[in-house]
Design a protein around this ligand. Structure first.
Ligand SMILES: Cc1ncc(COP(=O)(O)O)c(C=O)c1O
Length: 424
């Protein structure tokens, strides 16, 4: 069985993390830890911490409205609510990007900010970002760009019009540091306020970072085919749901209350690991993953099945497809040895009174299936997986997704051309 996700960290990085823990590593200031080109970067414990810090520093009045990409993790909305703000969902258009026209209609005199999430390992097309950014500027709104899923090294450091940009290095993210985030804040006063607030928080203990290193080393081990097969067998024998077990193991702040977990400064070993991951970012591996994903997109026969298929920049952090029969697709893929799932930590933001629900986003979440994809998978296996998706989706009577005409080229040459364009 190909596990749905492999933790993106090498055994050498994990050994280094243990080394950082063992040595009395020199202290690093959270504002100067990483080799990151954006001078205004601040390093914090997570993207959720970054949002919490930024909202505290901004100090929006109670009852202000914050527009959110309709699909995000529930904690992001909880954080806004903790600041007595109202989250309003921005629905998606048919290309599964934020619907800019709807966004414009959502603005009221109480609207203060827009939180835009780049989803499924793809960045919102720059044309859309430009349009939203211009609109925000004209309406005195600020943008928080949630790049938790979109780290691609220095290829993308955020949009120029965003007031804040945050990248996650959480346990299941690209180039994970088992935790940590980079927050860029454009306004120097807000940046200084963010740093002052964070400096007053307690520090993450070395012990809690050590537990993380141990937990995720175990999860990495379980990502291998043989160990994953044994584990699946044992868990099913005990009547346990593998989805649930893996979900709870991968939880970032397991055991603590959300705000107790979030409001901490990263420990020195955490910052050293983050520094190592960012400064040694493997763009070759990134390119390989991109090429595999694009080949897959071609092989399924209808690239529109891919989530956010019109993105110009993507990293295939996850491989997500839209299916008309998601349950059947998951079952067929699992029987064939691919650990596909519909489960994710993402959800749809509920509309407050007086706003319309995000219908497209909800439909989309019902259709989505996540598939395994990582450089260790042989191309023949990716092709076999694509064949299964193609077969299941072809059996539908009334396809809802318009097939895009495919060029009569091999998937390899299509992928190579697209990778070159995307990495430029
Ligand atoms: C869209 C999105 N936003 C925010 C987050 C939170 O990131 P972190 O775990 O660094 O707080 C996630 C985590 O998966 C996410 O997917």
């Amino acid at each position: 069985m190909w596990a749905r996700k492999r933790i993106d960290i090498s055994w050498l990085d994990l050994a280094k993390a243990a080394g950082f823990l063992a040595r009395s590593t020199p202290k690093m200031r959270p504002s100067s830890a990483c080799n990151w080109p954006a001078v205004e970067a601040t390093y914090c414990l997570s993207v959720r911490t970054a949002l919490d810090l930024w909202l505290t520093a901004k100090g929006f009045a109670r009852g202000s409205e914050i527009l959110f990409s309709a699909i995000t993790i529930a904690d992001m909305v909880r954080i806004a609510e903790q600041h007595s703000l109202t989250a309003v969902p921005i629905d998606f258009n048919v290309a599964l990007q934020p619907d800019v026209q709807q966004l414009k209609r959502l603005v009221t005199p109480r609207t203060k900010a827009i939180v835009l999430a780049h989803l499924f390992g793809s960045v919102i097309p720059m044309q859309t970002m430009d349009e939203i950014s211009l609109f925000a500027e004209q309406n005195d709104l600020v943008i928080f760009e949630d790049c938790a899923q979109g780290f691609q090294g220095i290829r993308y450091c955020g949009h120029d019009g965003s007031d804040a940009v945050a990248f996650s290095f959480g346990p299941i993210k690209t180039a994970t540091a088992l935790g940590g985030a980079i927050l860029q804040v454009r306004d120097p006063d807000v940046r200084a306020a963010v740093r002052t607030i964070q400096a007053a928080w307690p520090q993450q203990s070395r012990w809690s970072f050590a537990k993380r290193v141990a937990r995720y080393s175990l999860l990495k081990l379980l990502g291998y085919r043989l160990s994953f097969r044994i584990l699946t067998f044992l868990w099913s024998r005990c009547g346990r749901d593998i989805d649930q077990q893996l979900g709870s193991m991968a939880k970032n702040f397991g055991g603590q209350s959300l705000f107790e977990g979030l409001r901490k400064r990263p420990s020195a070993p955490q910052l050293h690991l983050l520094n190592r991951r960012v400064s040694r970012f493997d763009s070759q591996q990134q390119k390989q993953k991109l090429s595999m994903g694009l080949r897959f997109a071609h092989q399924i026969g209808n690239p529109c099945l891919l989530a956010c298929s019109n993105s110009e920049r993507r990293n295939f952090w996850v491989l997500a497809v839209r299916s008309q029969q998601p349950r059947q697709l998951v079952a067929t893929l699992r029987r064939a040895g691919f650990d596909a799932t519909q489960r994710s930590s993402l959800g749809v933001v509920d509309a407050p009174d007086g706003f319309s629900p995000a219908v497209q986003a909800r439909n989309f979440m019902d259709e989505i299936v996540f598939l395994p994809l990582y450089p260790e998978m042989p191309l023949a296996e990716v092709k076999r997986m694509a064949g299964i998706v193609r077969k299941v989706e072809d059996t539908q009577d009334s396809p809802r997704f318009m097939p895009r005409p495919l060029r009569p080229k091999s998937s390899a040459s299509v992928a190579d051309e697209a990778v070159d364009a995307a990495m430029r």
